[in-house]
Design a protein around this ligand. Structure first.
Ligand code: ATP
Length: 210
């Protein structure tokens, strides 16, 4: 379809929480994207450990959390790739799958800005898609000015144009795992069906490596 926009949202989603859902919905609205695809990673190339929740559990929890939003989908593409999978390859896969005139947006939270310089083929990724940075509670507002010397002015201007003022939702998967491990109530941070799934499967009870 001419002019179609699709937003891809990668992460470990260990577990998916209300922050992910709220900012993805808001970003889709601001971008004018017809669709947001949640793409859980087998593991993050930059996090030195595997997610605590198994692949199938993380996928199932995303499916539950997004069920009421018809714009949202989940893809197991990266879970089926040899880990670690790289964002550039995922973007190219979606560009191949959709019509060539589709504009692909990749969503990342503001806490990831400093890590971007370590991403595989980051300059090619910036050129290939619209890398959109979403604001995050507790993080400095994104500012790419300091990267001009390495990525060049054109790329930095593109990144700055694609900063999205998403609502500040104070939720993080690490904090949720920590609270679950000590038996705290986390119902304010999770979709009720995800909270129920975690209880039913006894996930995140261990205090090891939160
Ligand atoms: P952790 O706290 O364990 O690092 P996380 O909550 O950041 O996990 P991820 O699965 O790593 O969860 O996040 C996927 C993407 O969503 C990342 O780009 C992250 O920056 C972004 N993100 C997560 N939570 C928020 C939030 N509350 N607001 C904005 N962006 C978020």
């Amino acid at each position: 379809m001419l002019g179609q926009k699709i937003a891809l949202f990668g992460g470990t989603f260990d577990p998916v929480h209300i922050g992910h859902i709220s900012v993805a919905a808001d970003a889709a609205e601001q971008i004018g994207a017809e669709k947001v695809v949640f793409i859980p990673a087998k593991r993050s190339p930059l996090k030195g450990f595997l997610p605590k929740g198994g692949d199938e559990h993380r996928l199932a929890m995303i499916a539950l959390a997004i069920a009421e939003n018809e714009k949202f989908e989940v893809s197991d593409f990266e879970l089926n790739q040899p880990a670690p999978s790289y964002t550039l390859e995922t973007v190219r896969k979606f560009q191949r799958d959709y019509a060539s005139d589709i504009a692909v947006y990749w969503l990342v939270g503001a806490d990831g800005v400093d890590d971007l310089q370590h991403w595989h083929a980051i300059e090619e990724l910036i050129d290939t898609c619209n890398l959109c940075t979403m604001c995050r509670a507790g993080c400095e507002p994104p500012d790419y000015g300091k990267f001009e010397g390495i990525w060049g002015r054109r790329r930095v201007e593109k990144l700055q144009r694609n900063i999205i003022q998403t609502p500040l939702i104070d939720a993080s998967s690490t904090e949720i795992r920590r609270r679950l491990a000590v038996g705290d109530d986390i119902s304010d941070l999770l979709h009720p069906a995800v909270a129920q799934y975690i209880r039913r499967h006894g996930l995140y009870r261990s205090k090891d490596r939160l």
